[in-house]
Write a protein of this length. Structure first.
Length: 778
């Protein structure tokens, strides 16, 4: 029994290799014994699940020799995939190939016939079932590794020789989340493929020809077409060499229509991608506007960048573009409608601006980690000097990725505009809406506007800090100020208004007043009451900007007022705030000054003008001293500016009537005439009623007024002047308007004749009267 089993096993082991060899030879020379429709269906159903109906596909495998195999494949009117987001249907597919091979290696493939035509191919890249991952979730991209893998796979491919090829792709569509692209291709030459790409909204139409050069393994395509629904041409070449270096050369010419005008755009791009770096050059890029456009030409001289890749950690990469040139037409700018509306016809504008941009791309971005460190941008402008105006500009910002959005971080703006010759600016603005008023228009010096670090930019606000300084002087006029401000512009909330904050520091504010005499009248700077202005609507009354202004003097007495009556000048200090109501304090420092007026000299020892937001008018307080012979008279005043309370005192002490007499005539009341005594009495009453000030006292004393009387009831003055032939003329006034005019003469005895004229008032017409009066003593 054991011998029989051993004999069976021995025969089986002896026969099995022979059977396997015979089976191998049968399958080798008759492959269809193993590779047929039945086995293909079994493999598809159990492993791939493609659901291909192999009964509608004809394929044949035959042998021409021991190491030569023929493969034929034919199908007609067949759909491999039919679904909502993917469809692959072919009109026909024919393949007749001859393969030279070994046992485990393919030496060459000869394609005798290759013919394919699409019936409908649709492929959607925006499948709703797949959620797109954010850049921060993606795996870091290693370009060198990807290229090496591609080279290894390409190296495994045997040489392929096409003899007869006929490819027609006419009904193929690629769908993205926003657009669909129609793809057409035709290939009748094994080394040339004509293709075209057209977007569904006609925004992109590109076409080209792929060419393959087997000798140097160079795959390239010529590209031409139009982009973005505008008349344009794109010409260029994209090539892939056998060393896996991808190079691109593109030339773009485009006509950009805008408001019935055409802008010409031209650009040249060169890029080369290898396993270790990406070399990018853009040179040049030019934009030519129409002839009547304010900008004549915009050109980017060149952009250059080298991006390093590889298995090692890449370094931070810099990309720079310079020079960026903008050529202007100053005459067109000054004659534009906008310049006329804002009154800027004479403002100088440079003929050319030159910019440069530099960027630093962190190495993390080259690995696909977009959110760790931002891209840094630096931009600058070459200094500009145009007709006494100089300008410099530079800045930087970061571009970061956070919460699936790109945003600008840490922007910085350094801007400087200087008017080196202020008088040139005065002449330029003369006759415009921005004409500089007197006395500033007589000064010489410079102005400077700067905006430096501190710029903030987010989705809700733009905050721009700035500094403005003036250095102007001419004789006794001088303006030396430093203003630090901030402008906040809201972006989202429409109900929020812009805010302007100004902190003005007066280093020197010297002002020479014109030679005006208070007795001869001071010209009004306000609008005449007879000029009626139109009523403002509720909309126009709404605040357009929120102001927060503070003005301070850098040191006591930084303000100086010069006038022929002031000796040497009036030093003042100011503290002013507007937020939103105005309040201020204007006061004299410790230094005294004198007033010389009407042959009298007084010394101002204290002076303060103060405005409280809760009060309708400012209040004034101060102290003035006047030296009359051996007496020193003090006049203290305090209260509302229109009617301050006056307190008189003297050293040595005198009665109030004597003090007024000293102020008027430099003599005591007992030393003056009767008429002068009457003036003293009228003046004293006016002072008590807060109806006259120091200038009014001297005005009475310096004129040929015989006497002055004051009526507290009507708050009017009556001044009498003695004329020849016994006539006396008197005028009644409240210092704003004339109340009456009277001419009087003593006829003899107790009889007096009076002629009185009352001018027209708002509530009554003018009138006149003649009175004959008799004076009766009781």
């Amino acid at each position: 029994m054991g011998r029989k089993i051993f004999t069976f096993i021995f025969c089986t082991l002896l026969i099995a290799p022979f059977v396997l060899f015979v089976t191998f030879l049968a399958v080798w020379f008759q492959p269809d014994l193993l590779i047929n429709k039945t086995t293909a269906n079994l493999i598809d159903q159990n492993y791939f699940h493609w659901n291909i109906d192999w009964d509608k596909i004809d394929f044949e495998i035959s042998k021409d020799g021991f190491f030569e195999t023929n493969v034929k494949l034919h199908l007609k009117d067949y759909c491999f995939i039919e679904s909502k987001d993917k469809t692959l249907c072919l009109d026909h597919f024919d393949l007749d190939s001859h393969i030279r091979h070994g046992f485990l290696e393919i030496f060459s493939v000869e394609i005798k016939t290759f013919s394919v035509k699409d019936q409908k191919i649709f492929w959607s890249l925006a499948s709703s079932s797949q959620k797109e991952s954010s850049p921060s979730d993606r795996e870091p991209l290693n370009i060198e590794e990807q290229i090496q893998n591609l080279k290894q796979k390409v190296a495994l491919l045997p040489p392929i020789l096409f003899k007869d090829i006929d490819v027609h792709i006419e009904n193929t569509t690629l769908q993205t989340s926003k657009l669909s692209f129609e793809i057409k291709a035709q290939m009748t030459d094994p080394e040339k493929l004509d293709w075209s790409l057209k977007a569904s909204d006609q925004s992109t139409i590109l076409s080209g020809t792929f060419k393959y050069q087997p000798k140097n393994h160079l795959l390239s395509t010529q590209i031409e077409g139009s982009v973005y629904q505008i008349p344009s041409t794109v010409q260029g070449e994209v090539s892939l060499s056998g060393e896996s270096d991808l190079s691109t050369k593109l030339h773009l010419e485009s006509t950009l229509p805008h408001q019935n005008q055409n802008f010409q755009l031209r650009a040249d791009l060169k890029a080369q991608l290898s396993a270790s770096e990406l070399l990018l050059d853009l040179k040049p890029l030019a934009l030519t506007p129409p002839r009547d456009f304010p900008i004549q030409y915009v050109e980017v001289g060149g952009c250059h960048g080298v991006f390093e890749f590889g298995m090692k950690e890449p370094e931070d990469t810099r990309l720079s573009c310079s020079p960026i040139s903008i050529l202007f037409n100053p005459n067109k700018i000054q004659n534009s409608q906008f310049a006329k509306e804002v009154g800027a016809e004479k403002i100088p504008f440079p003929k050319e601006l030159l910019f440069s941009i530099k960027s630093l791309v962190p190495k993390e971005w080259l690995r696909g980690k977009f959110s760790e460190n931002p891209i840094e941008f630096e931009f600058s402008m070459n200094p500009v000097s145009e007709r006494s105006l100089e300008a410099e500009f530079e800045g930087r910002m970061d571009l970061a990725y956070e919460d699936e959005h790109y945003k600008i971080e840490d922007p910085e703006l350094n801007l400087s505009i200087t008017a080196t010759q202020f008088q040139s600016l005065v002449h330029l603005l003369e006759g415009t809406a921005y004409a500089i008023p007197a006395p500033l228009n007589q000064m010489k010096g410079s102005l400077q506007l700067k905006s430096q670090s501190g710029l903030k930019f987010d989705s809700e606000h733009i905050e721009i800090p700035f500094e403005f300084s003036t250095r102007l002087a001419e004789k006794n006029n001088e303006l030396d100020t430093t203003t630090k401000g901030q402008f906040i512009w809201p972006l989202k909330n429409k109900s929020e208004i812009p805010k302007l904050t100004l902190k003005i520091l007066l280093n020197k504010f010297y002002l020479q007043l014109p030679n005006l005499d208070p007795l001869r009248g001071i010209p009004k700077v306000t609008t005449d009451s007879r000029i009626q202005t139109k009523k403002t609507t509720a909309e126009s009354q709404q605040k357009k900007i929120q102001l927060d202004v503070s003005v301070q003097t850098s040191e006591p007495g930084a303000i100086r007022i010069y006038h022929k009556f002031l000796e040497p000048y009036a030093p003042l200090s100011l503290n002013l705030n507007v937020n939103p109501q105005m309040s201020y304090t204007l006061k004299k420092p410790a230094e005294n000054f004198k007033i010389n007026y009407l042959r009298r000299t007084v010394e101002v020892t204290d002076l303060q003008l103060k405005q409280n937001p809760k009060e309708d008018e400012p209040s004034v307080s101060g102290r003035i001293q006047y030296q009359a012979n051996e007496y020193t008279v003090f006049m203290e005043f305090k209260g509302p500016l229109s009617e301050p309370q006056v307190v008189l005192s003297s050293s040595p002490p005198l009665e109030r009537r004597d003090i007024v007499s000293l102020l008027l005539y430099n003599r005591l009341n007992s030393e003056i005439s009767t008429f002068e005594s009457q003036s003293v009495g009228g003046t004293e009453a006016a002072l008590a009623d807060r109806a006259v000030g120091l200038l009014g006292l001297w005005a009475f004393a310096s004129t040929p007024i015989e006497s002055v009387s004051y009526d507290p009831g009507s708050r009017t003055y009556s001044a009498q002047i003695k004329l020849p032939e016994g006539f006396r003329f008197s005028i009644g006034t409240d210092w704003e308007k004339v109340e009456n005019l009277e001419l009087r003469r003593h006829l003899g005895g107790n009889w007096i004749v009076r002629t009185i004229y009352h001018p027209e008032q708002s509530d009554q017409s003018s009138s006149g009267e003649i009175r004959l009066q008799r004076k009766v003593n009781y």
